[in-house]
Design a protein around this ligand. Structure first.
Ligand SMILES: Cc1cc2nc3c(=O)[nH]c(=O)nc-3n(C[C@H](O)[C@H](O)[C@H](O)COP(=O)(O)OP(=O)(O)OC[C@H]3O[C@@H](n4cnc5c(N)ncnc54)[C@H](O)[C@@H]3O)c2cc1C
Length: 437
């Protein structure tokens, strides 16, 4: 795997992002003790790891350690677009096709409930993360209105979820652009400062007795013997349960799990504060994404910046001119923002399985995995945390509902080029649809 260009130095735990520049606090480091033995050891301090820990704590489970190679929220969880909404990277229609309506509905419902759970936790644990509970807009890139009507009907009739239709003329009052042709509005959705959310949850976990070891890479896991051992850069941990939550940064740890995902890059930038110019483009507090396969996703920030994300790439090297690339994308939609400066740009590595579905399950007795959330991971990682916590505490076996997808091989050296080819194919289809209208 390529070297992470954003690897931390001892001075700076996070890559240069708008979120790192505006974080509320950093976590205090815990000393790594000798002969550490825990009930549950979680590898990775992103949302998947943090939400598993919190799910366990809320169920009364004790003696938990999270081991994080860099810092809490260092990966996708501290760099994402901040859109919190239901669903998985594998879309709801594909879910229905693959496992049938009832099963798909149940899976989707896990993520919808997760949105409500995030809302509840922000209040319950007083997490200062700029939560804007104003929904998400799915803006139509294409002229075809049937696309919106079909999706609305599908969500209502099959998934029992109501999204509101906004016709093109009305939508142009909300987003000041001719680029879009109407939208669907998803009310049970929100956006927030993802790193401050991760740090707030981590602080609460520490308060509740969870040990979080940062700057501590897990090098190997002895997961097949009865007494499981997690070998870290700072010492060994004996654990009854292990949960693997390394996301796109997992490297080759525990091969059956790591060889089932590929790191896929996506990019974000933040403009300078725009003052009243913001409303000449975006006249809503909702977050936005569009109807293409490789969609733009963006939102207004509280200091009147626009946080803009987009594109996916199997090549994990950060493009040199990333700010220009993303600014060009923004100007395609809002040419009126021509003179605006871009103050931050960054990338993150999402974890994608070949089937694009979240991977939640047990790879060996008491060795769990929570990985592969792709570009749609905020709510699903919360759902996954609940599901694994419920499995470990023997509350239920909902994790089995994810068995149809399993841990298929990521294709090794052929994985990235074949993923890239399929992305180009979908992008070509979108381009063809656009020019044929
Ligand atoms: C730029 C970007 C924008 C996105 N926008 C959105 C969005 O708007 N909405 C949405 O729903 N989703 C979005 N996503 C996806 C979402 O952020 C992810 O799916 C989710 O955060 C994944 O969480 P995770 O915990 O699985 O992985 P990560 O957050 O990547 O965490 C994995 C952690 O594991 C650690 N780790 C790895 N290996 C080891 C090891 N050997 N030892 C110790 N620690 C290890 C890493 O350092 C890392 O901190 C976006 C992703 C990116 C990159």
């Amino acid at each position: 795997m390529a070297q992470d260009p954003n690897a931390i130095t001892s001075k700076n735990r996070y890559p240069k992002t708008y979120y790192a520049a505006t974080k509320n606090h950093e976590l205090t480091d815990e000393a790594f003790p000798d002969n550490l033995s825990v009930e549950t050891c979680i590898v990775g301090g992103g949302y998947a790891g943090l939400m598993t820990a919190l799910g366990l704590v809320e169920r009364g489970h004790k003696n938990i350690a999270i081991v994080e190679k860099h810092a809490v929220g260092y990966g996708c969880s501290g760099r994402n677009g901040g859109l919190v909404f239901g669903g998985y990277s594998l879309g709801p229609k594909a879910l229905v096709k693959q496992v049938g309506i009832e099963h798909a509905k149940e899976l989707y419902q896990f993520t919808n409930a997760a949105v409500s759970l995030i809302r509840r936790r922000v209040v319950q644990y007083t997490i200062n993360c700029d939560l804007v509970d104003k929904g998400v807009l799915w803006a139509n890139w294409f002229k075809d209105q049937q696309l919106l009507h079909d999706e609305q009907a599908f969500m209502r009739d099959t998934m029992e979820i109501d999204w509101d239709y906004i016709p093109p003329e009305e939508f142009r009052e909300i987003l000041k652009t001719d680029r879009y042709h109407g939208a669907l509005y998803e009310p049970n959705a929100m956006h927030f400062h993802p790193l401050n959310y991760a740090l707030g949850i981590a602080k609460e976990l520490q308060k509740q007795g969870v040990k979080i070891y940062q700057n501590c890479e897990v090098k190997d896991i002895d997961y097949q013997s009865t007494t499981k051992k997690v070998k870290t850069a700072k010492g060994n941990i004996k654990a009854k349960n292990i949960v693997l939550c390394g996301g796109g940064y997992i490297g080759d740890l525990c091969k059956p799990v790591s060889r089932s995902v590929l790191p896929i890059a996506t990019y974000v930038m933040a403009t300078e504060p725009l003052g009243e110019h913001l409303h000449k483009a975006i006249n809503t507090q909702a977050a936005i994404y569009d109807t293409r396969f490789a969609f733009d996703y963006y939102r207004p920030l509280k200091d009147s910046r626009i946080l803009w994300g987009g594109r996916i790439n199997a090549n994990t090297k950060k493009p040199k001119d990333l700010n220009h690339i993303l600014k060009r994308d923004m100007l395609k939609v809002y040419p009126q923002l021509e003179g605006v400066n871009i103050e931050y740009d960054w990338q993150g590595w999402m974890a994608y399985a070949r089937h694009h579905m979240a991977q939640i399950g047990e790879v060996a007795p008491s060795v769990w995995y929570n990985i592969g959330f792709g570009g749609h991971g905020v709510a699903p990682t919360t759902a996954a945390g609940e599901i694994i916590a419920a499995a470990i505490t023997k509350e239920n076996a909902h994790y089995k509902k994810f068995q149809p997808w399993g841990l298929p091989w990521n294709g090794g050296p052929f994985g990235p080029p074949s993923a890239q080819l399929s992305y180009w194919w979908y992008e070509l289809k979108d381009w063809w649809k656009e020019i044929s209208e």
